[in-house]
Design a protein around this ligand. Structure first.
Ligand SMILES: [Cu+2]
Length: 447
């Protein structure tokens, strides 16, 4: 059995094939890939006797760190050893629709025992990640509920690298289950970790006084927002969603919605044994923390809750000069109660995906997406294949903060500018898996 699908696109090609028995790589084209990701069952030992079974990449979860170079084409073979259709989304890259990893944009699905070769040129540089982009609905073994995710870093051509250590941290919940009742159903989790270990179960981060340590932090949650602190220390935030900010700012607490990333440098200037972790006591005590140990220090790790309110606008600057010419695109977000003991539905301008109206754009034009969040929840909304700039949050104007996910606060308006500079179908959705699956999604279409 052999099937080919070449979808024309400049600089990229997606290639699907059926695997014969015993094959473990895309059989053609004959060239070797730079990376291979095998989708299959994994067992994660978060701590002694805290064992999770899920689906992951290459026998582990999180999957391997992918280090790519900006502008250098890469070939990644994804082999699906699982039992259902899959695909991988390369989150935060400006790449063509047919390799972006979203069925709604036209990326081919990988059938069970099939393989897909993704070839693309990574850009822009920065902290990215990759994850399954299938709809899960009420199956909590699918999509971002599963262990199919990993960190990806796109190295810039010139990295100033003013740090002594670089550490990647993925905050993550495990073993999801449905919880709730009469006022709707939500997802709860049994275990919590940073990377693949619960607090105290893995190796500590070992530092020396005077070091500058760069943390590249991902909220890999399917559904939960996260507030993070590092006892006795503060974070000098240098990038949001991998995109450098003009003037780094120092804060005690970081907050990330699902899929957001923060790069921050910590000056190791307070010798001791400390906890970096979730501010939420219950979640941290259930595993979401990591010990940071200075050389020649010992004793039980200490936790001190962080102070301060997270606010994107402190990382931006006041807009100066006239507002750029941009067409306004109103997007009203509402929750629709779907019945007790059922999952809430979500609408954009009154419609659920796939019935939502597409956002129509012309190449080269600037658009101001006006999110009017009329619900009592904050939403981490994500635009594929583009980077946007935050222009205002709840009435506070800002500029210079470029992201691919923005948490839109409840009952308020958030504005972002996007330049339509990457033609092709582009998915827009809430990154809260249950919101996305139940309506909160639409397409941006170039006309
Ligand atoms: Cu949402």
């Amino acid at each position: 059995m052999y099937r080919r699908e070449f979808l024309g696109a400049i600089g990229a090609a997606a290639f699907v094939s059926q695997l014969g028995r015993g094959q473990n790589a895309c059989p053609a084209p004959a060239s070797k890939p730079d990376y291979t990701l095998n989708i299959g069952p994994v067992t994660v030992e978060l701590a002694p006797k805290k064992i999770v079974k899920t689906t992951g990449f290459n026998g582990i979860s999180p999957g391997p760190l992918l280090r790519l170079k900006e502008g250098k084409p890469v070939t990644i073979d994804v082999v699906n050893q699982g039992s259902s259709e899959e695909l991988v989304h390369w989150h935060g890259l400006h790449i063509p629709s047919n390799v972006d990893g979203s069925m709604e944009e036209g990326t081919p699905m990988i059938p069970p025992k099939g393989c897909l070769r993704y070839t693309f040129t990574p850009t822009p540089s920065g902290t990215r990640w990759y994850h399954s982009h299938v709809s899960a609905m009420r199956n909590l073994n699918r999509g971002t509920y599963s262990g199919q995710f990993g960190l990806m870093y796109v190295e810039p051509a010139n990295d100033p690298g003013a740090y002594d250590q670089e550490i990647f941290l993925a905050f993550r919940e495990w073993d999801p289950f449905m919880s709730g009742g009469d006022d709707g159903i939500e997802v709860a989790y049994k275990y919590f970790s940073i990377n693949a270990h619960m607090l105290g179960a893995g190796e500590p981060i070992r530092v020396k006084q005077g070091q500058r340590v760069l943390f590249r932090i991902l909220n890999a949650s399917a559904t939960l927002h996260r507030r993070i602190g590092f006892s006795g220390h503060s974070f000098e935030v240098i990038a949001l969603d991998g995109n450098p900010i003009a003037a780094p700012k120092t804060v005690e607490a970081l907050e990330l919605g699902p899929a957001e990333r923060i790069d921050a440098i910590v000056q190791m200037n307070n010798p001791g044994v400390w906890i970096l972790g979730a501010d939420n006591d219950r979640d941290r005590q259930a595993g979401m923390g990591i010990v940071v140990e200075y050389a020649d220090q010992s004793g039980p790790p200490r936790w001190i809750p962080p102070n301060g309110k997270w606010d994107y606008t402190v990382f931006g600057s006041s807009p100066s000069g006239p507002d750029p010419e941009a067409e306004r695109v109103p997007l009203v977000i509402q929750k629709k109660f779907a019945g007790s003991r059922w999952v809430d539905n979500w609408t954009i301008n009154g419609k659920m995906f796939p019935k939502t109206d597409p956002i129509l754009v012309k190449a080269g034009q600037r658009y101001r997406l006006v999110f009017d969040n009329r619900s009592d929840e904050a939403h981490p909304v994500h635009l594929h294949r583009h980077t946007f700039e935050i222009r205002s949050i709840a009435g506070v104007a800002t500029s210079g903060v470029r992201k691919d996910v923005v948490v839109i606060p409840m009952m308020s308006k958030t504005e972002v500018d996007v330049v339509a500079n990457n033609p092709g179908l582009t998915l827009f959705h809430c990154h809260q898996q249950m919101h996305m699956d139940y309506g909160f999604m639409t397409l941006m279409k170039y006309v």
